[in-house]
Design a binder for this molecule. Structure first.
Ligand code: SAM
Length: 254
Protein backbone atom coordinates (compact mmCIF):
# COMPACT_ATOMS: atom_id res chain seq x y z
CA UNK A 1 0.00 0.00 0.00
CA UNK A 2 1.31 3.50 -0.78
CA UNK A 3 1.41 6.07 2.02
CA UNK A 4 -1.61 7.86 0.50
CA UNK A 5 -3.54 4.56 0.47
CA UNK A 6 -2.56 3.82 4.08
CA UNK A 7 -3.81 7.28 5.12
CA UNK A 8 -7.12 6.76 3.39
CA UNK A 9 -7.50 3.22 4.79
CA UNK A 10 -6.70 4.23 8.39
CA UNK A 11 -8.78 7.38 8.45
CA UNK A 12 -11.76 5.80 6.75
CA UNK A 13 -11.82 3.36 9.68
CA UNK A 14 -11.02 6.02 12.28
CA UNK A 15 -13.52 8.65 11.04
CA UNK A 16 -16.31 8.02 13.56
CA UNK A 17 -14.35 6.80 16.63
CA UNK A 18 -11.72 9.54 16.25
CA UNK A 19 -14.40 12.22 16.11
CA UNK A 20 -15.95 10.91 19.34
CA UNK A 21 -12.75 10.78 21.42
CA UNK A 22 -13.17 13.32 24.27
CA UNK A 23 -9.57 14.55 24.06
CA UNK A 24 -9.97 15.27 20.34
CA UNK A 25 -13.35 17.00 20.73
CA UNK A 26 -12.14 18.99 23.80
CA UNK A 27 -13.47 22.52 23.24
CA UNK A 28 -10.89 24.16 25.52
CA UNK A 29 -8.03 22.69 23.49
CA UNK A 30 -9.58 23.86 20.21
CA UNK A 31 -10.11 27.32 21.74
CA UNK A 32 -6.31 27.61 22.10
CA UNK A 33 -6.08 27.53 18.28
CA UNK A 34 -8.80 30.17 17.91
CA UNK A 35 -7.02 32.38 20.44
CA UNK A 36 -3.53 32.21 18.93
CA UNK A 37 -5.00 32.77 15.44
CA UNK A 38 -6.77 35.88 16.80
CA UNK A 39 -9.86 34.85 14.83
CA UNK A 40 -12.35 37.64 14.07
CA UNK A 41 -15.83 37.80 12.49
CA UNK A 42 -14.61 39.08 9.08
CA UNK A 43 -12.05 36.26 8.68
CA UNK A 44 -12.01 33.34 6.28
CA UNK A 45 -10.26 30.28 7.76
CA UNK A 46 -8.94 26.99 6.41
CA UNK A 47 -8.09 23.87 8.42
CA UNK A 48 -5.69 21.57 6.54
CA UNK A 49 -6.13 17.82 7.16
CA UNK A 50 -9.36 18.73 8.95
CA UNK A 51 -10.49 15.14 9.62
CA UNK A 52 -14.00 15.19 11.14
CA UNK A 53 -14.05 18.99 11.06
CA UNK A 54 -14.12 19.68 14.80
CA UNK A 55 -11.67 22.58 14.43
CA UNK A 56 -13.60 23.90 11.41
CA UNK A 57 -16.93 23.75 13.29
CA UNK A 58 -15.41 25.69 16.20
CA UNK A 59 -13.87 28.37 13.95
CA UNK A 60 -17.22 28.64 12.11
CA UNK A 61 -18.75 30.09 15.27
CA UNK A 62 -16.25 32.95 15.20
CA UNK A 63 -15.33 33.67 11.56
CA UNK A 64 -17.34 34.53 8.43
CA UNK A 65 -16.48 31.31 6.60
CA UNK A 66 -14.55 28.22 7.74
CA UNK A 67 -13.21 25.70 5.23
CA UNK A 68 -11.72 22.26 5.81
CA UNK A 69 -9.55 20.14 3.53
CA UNK A 70 -8.72 16.47 3.95
CA UNK A 71 -7.40 13.58 1.86
CA UNK A 72 -9.92 11.05 3.24
CA UNK A 73 -13.48 11.21 1.85
CA UNK A 74 -14.94 9.37 4.89
CA UNK A 75 -13.53 12.06 7.19
CA UNK A 76 -15.19 14.76 5.09
CA UNK A 77 -18.49 12.83 5.24
CA UNK A 78 -18.17 12.77 9.03
CA UNK A 79 -17.31 16.49 9.03
CA UNK A 80 -20.47 17.28 7.04
CA UNK A 81 -22.55 15.28 9.55
CA UNK A 82 -21.05 17.04 12.58
CA UNK A 83 -21.38 20.50 11.01
CA UNK A 84 -25.04 19.77 10.19
CA UNK A 85 -25.69 18.57 13.77
CA UNK A 86 -24.18 21.81 15.06
CA UNK A 87 -26.10 23.96 12.58
CA UNK A 88 -22.89 25.36 11.07
CA UNK A 89 -23.89 26.71 7.66
CA UNK A 90 -20.79 28.83 6.93
CA UNK A 91 -18.52 25.85 6.23
CA UNK A 92 -17.01 24.39 3.05
CA UNK A 93 -15.29 21.05 2.54
CA UNK A 94 -12.54 20.16 0.07
CA UNK A 95 -10.98 16.82 -0.82
CA UNK A 96 -7.27 17.39 -1.34
CA UNK A 97 -3.62 17.07 -0.36
CA UNK A 98 -1.84 19.20 2.21
CA UNK A 99 1.21 19.35 -0.05
CA UNK A 100 -0.72 20.78 -3.02
CA UNK A 101 -3.56 22.94 -1.71
CA UNK A 102 -6.20 23.66 -4.38
CA UNK A 103 -6.46 27.36 -3.50
CA UNK A 104 -5.07 30.58 -4.95
CA UNK A 105 -2.29 32.45 -3.15
CA UNK A 106 -3.45 34.62 -0.21
CA UNK A 107 -6.97 33.13 -0.04
CA UNK A 108 -7.39 32.88 3.76
CA UNK A 109 -6.87 35.03 6.87
CA UNK A 110 -6.15 31.95 9.01
CA UNK A 111 -4.73 28.55 8.05
CA UNK A 112 -4.50 25.85 10.71
CA UNK A 113 -3.38 22.23 10.81
CA UNK A 114 -3.90 20.02 13.87
CA UNK A 115 -2.62 16.52 14.66
CA UNK A 116 -1.59 15.84 11.07
CA UNK A 117 2.07 16.82 10.54
CA UNK A 118 3.10 13.40 11.90
CA UNK A 119 1.10 11.75 9.09
CA UNK A 120 2.60 13.87 6.30
CA UNK A 121 5.74 12.70 4.49
CA UNK A 122 6.97 16.25 3.81
CA UNK A 123 5.59 18.53 6.54
CA UNK A 124 7.87 21.36 5.36
CA UNK A 125 6.12 21.34 1.97
CA UNK A 126 2.73 21.36 3.71
CA UNK A 127 3.79 24.37 5.81
CA UNK A 128 4.96 26.20 2.66
CA UNK A 129 1.57 25.55 1.10
CA UNK A 130 -0.18 26.82 4.25
CA UNK A 131 1.92 29.99 4.01
CA UNK A 132 1.19 30.42 0.29
CA UNK A 133 -2.60 30.39 0.73
CA UNK A 134 -2.50 32.75 3.77
CA UNK A 135 -2.98 36.49 3.21
CA UNK A 136 -0.08 38.77 4.20
CA UNK A 137 -0.49 39.42 7.94
CA UNK A 138 -2.71 36.33 8.29
CA UNK A 139 -2.16 33.57 10.84
CA UNK A 140 -0.56 30.17 10.24
CA UNK A 141 -1.12 27.76 13.14
CA UNK A 142 0.27 24.24 13.55
CA UNK A 143 -0.66 21.94 16.43
CA UNK A 144 0.76 18.46 16.86
CA UNK A 145 2.01 15.96 19.36
CA UNK A 146 5.75 16.25 19.91
CA UNK A 147 8.43 13.66 20.54
CA UNK A 148 10.82 13.89 23.48
CA UNK A 149 14.14 15.72 23.15
CA UNK A 150 15.69 12.47 24.39
CA UNK A 151 16.45 10.63 21.11
CA UNK A 152 15.87 7.16 22.63
CA UNK A 153 12.45 8.18 24.00
CA UNK A 154 11.57 9.91 20.72
CA UNK A 155 12.47 6.78 18.74
CA UNK A 156 10.46 4.55 21.09
CA UNK A 157 7.46 6.91 20.99
CA UNK A 158 7.52 6.87 17.19
CA UNK A 159 7.89 3.09 17.15
CA UNK A 160 4.83 2.78 19.39
CA UNK A 161 2.80 5.17 17.24
CA UNK A 162 3.71 3.40 13.99
CA UNK A 163 2.67 0.07 15.50
CA UNK A 164 -0.60 1.58 16.73
CA UNK A 165 -1.35 3.56 13.56
CA UNK A 166 0.62 2.52 10.46
CA UNK A 167 -0.21 5.83 8.75
CA UNK A 168 2.19 7.62 11.14
CA UNK A 169 5.33 8.95 9.46
CA UNK A 170 7.09 10.59 12.42
CA UNK A 171 6.29 12.84 15.35
CA UNK A 172 8.75 15.73 15.31
CA UNK A 173 10.37 17.28 18.36
CA UNK A 174 9.48 20.83 19.41
CA UNK A 175 12.72 22.05 17.94
CA UNK A 176 12.04 20.32 14.63
CA UNK A 177 8.62 21.98 14.35
CA UNK A 178 10.13 25.36 15.22
CA UNK A 179 12.83 24.75 12.59
CA UNK A 180 10.15 24.04 9.97
CA UNK A 181 8.66 27.49 10.65
CA UNK A 182 12.09 29.09 10.37
CA UNK A 183 12.74 27.17 7.14
CA UNK A 184 9.47 28.48 5.70
CA UNK A 185 10.49 32.05 6.59
CA UNK A 186 7.87 32.26 9.35
CA UNK A 187 8.61 33.83 12.74
CA UNK A 188 6.65 32.15 15.54
CA UNK A 189 4.76 34.76 17.56
CA UNK A 190 2.80 32.52 19.93
CA UNK A 191 3.28 29.06 21.39
CA UNK A 192 1.02 27.01 23.63
CA UNK A 193 1.67 23.64 25.23
CA UNK A 194 -0.63 21.09 26.78
CA UNK A 195 -0.64 17.40 27.51
CA UNK A 196 -3.40 15.47 25.75
CA UNK A 197 -4.59 12.73 28.12
CA UNK A 198 -4.88 9.12 26.91
CA UNK A 199 -5.57 5.66 28.29
CA UNK A 200 -4.31 2.47 26.67
CA UNK A 201 -7.62 0.56 26.34
CA UNK A 202 -9.50 3.60 25.07
CA UNK A 203 -6.75 4.42 22.58
CA UNK A 204 -6.65 0.86 21.24
CA UNK A 205 -10.43 0.93 20.71
CA UNK A 206 -10.03 3.76 18.20
CA UNK A 207 -6.87 2.30 16.59
CA UNK A 208 -6.50 -0.11 13.68
CA UNK A 209 -3.00 -1.62 13.85
CA UNK A 210 -1.74 -4.15 11.33
CA UNK A 211 -2.24 -7.78 12.39
CA UNK A 212 0.16 -8.68 15.20
CA UNK A 213 1.17 -5.09 15.98
CA UNK A 214 -1.41 -4.33 18.66
CA UNK A 215 0.23 -6.70 21.15
CA UNK A 216 3.65 -5.16 20.46
CA UNK A 217 2.29 -1.63 20.97
CA UNK A 218 0.56 -2.62 24.20
CA UNK A 219 3.73 -4.26 25.49
CA UNK A 220 5.76 -1.12 24.76
CA UNK A 221 3.33 1.14 26.62
CA UNK A 222 3.07 -1.25 29.57
CA UNK A 223 6.87 -1.47 29.83
CA UNK A 224 7.02 2.35 29.87
CA UNK A 225 5.26 2.33 33.27
CA UNK A 226 8.64 1.35 34.75
CA UNK A 227 10.90 3.81 32.94
CA UNK A 228 8.81 6.41 31.03
CA UNK A 229 10.57 5.00 27.98
CA UNK A 230 8.25 6.82 25.55
CA UNK A 231 8.43 10.23 27.25
CA UNK A 232 4.65 10.23 27.74
CA UNK A 233 4.48 10.04 31.54
CA UNK A 234 3.10 6.47 31.40
CA UNK A 235 1.68 5.23 34.71
CA UNK A 236 -0.71 2.62 36.05
CA UNK A 237 -3.68 3.86 38.10
CA UNK A 238 -6.42 1.52 39.38
CA UNK A 239 -5.45 -1.06 36.76
CA UNK A 240 -5.54 1.40 33.85
CA UNK A 241 -2.48 2.48 31.89
CA UNK A 242 -2.55 6.27 31.56
CA UNK A 243 -0.23 8.59 29.64
CA UNK A 244 -0.22 11.88 27.74
CA UNK A 245 0.73 13.23 24.35
CA UNK A 246 2.88 16.36 24.84
CA UNK A 247 1.30 18.80 22.40
CA UNK A 248 2.67 22.00 20.89
CA UNK A 249 0.82 24.82 19.14
CA UNK A 250 2.91 27.25 17.08
CA UNK A 251 1.46 30.35 15.44
CA UNK A 252 3.09 32.79 13.04
CA UNK A 253 1.98 35.75 10.94
CA UNK A 254 2.66 35.63 7.25
C1 SAM B 1 -5.33 12.48 13.28
S1 SAM B 1 -6.43 13.12 12.07
C2 SAM B 1 -6.60 14.81 12.61
C3 SAM B 1 -7.89 15.44 12.15
C4 SAM B 1 -8.12 16.89 12.57
N1 SAM B 1 -7.06 17.75 12.11
C5 SAM B 1 -8.31 17.03 14.04
O1 SAM B 1 -7.37 17.46 14.72
O2 SAM B 1 -9.38 16.71 14.57
C6 SAM B 1 -5.35 13.29 10.68
C7 SAM B 1 -6.08 13.69 9.40
O3 SAM B 1 -5.09 14.06 8.44
C8 SAM B 1 -5.54 13.66 7.16
N2 SAM B 1 -4.36 13.64 6.29
C9 SAM B 1 -3.24 12.90 6.47
N3 SAM B 1 -2.34 13.19 5.51
C10 SAM B 1 -2.90 14.15 4.72
C11 SAM B 1 -2.47 14.87 3.59
N4 SAM B 1 -1.25 14.66 3.06
N5 SAM B 1 -3.29 15.79 3.04
C12 SAM B 1 -4.52 16.00 3.56
N6 SAM B 1 -4.99 15.34 4.63
C13 SAM B 1 -4.19 14.44 5.22
C14 SAM B 1 -6.20 12.32 7.40
O4 SAM B 1 -7.08 11.95 6.37
C15 SAM B 1 -6.90 12.57 8.75
O5 SAM B 1 -8.22 13.01 8.54
Amino acid sequence: MSHAETIRDQFTRQAVPFSEAPSIADAAAIQLLIDVARAAPHHRSLDVACGPGLVVAAFAKVVAEAAGLDATPAMLDRAREIAAQRGAGNVAWHLGEAGALPFADASFDIVTCRFAFHHIEDPGAALSEMKRVTKPGGAIVVCDGVASDDPAKAAAFNRFEKLRDPSTVRFLTEREIQALFAGAGLMIDAERRYRLPAELEGLMQISFPNPGDEAKARAMMEAAVADDGLGMGTRREKGRVLFEYPTLICAARR
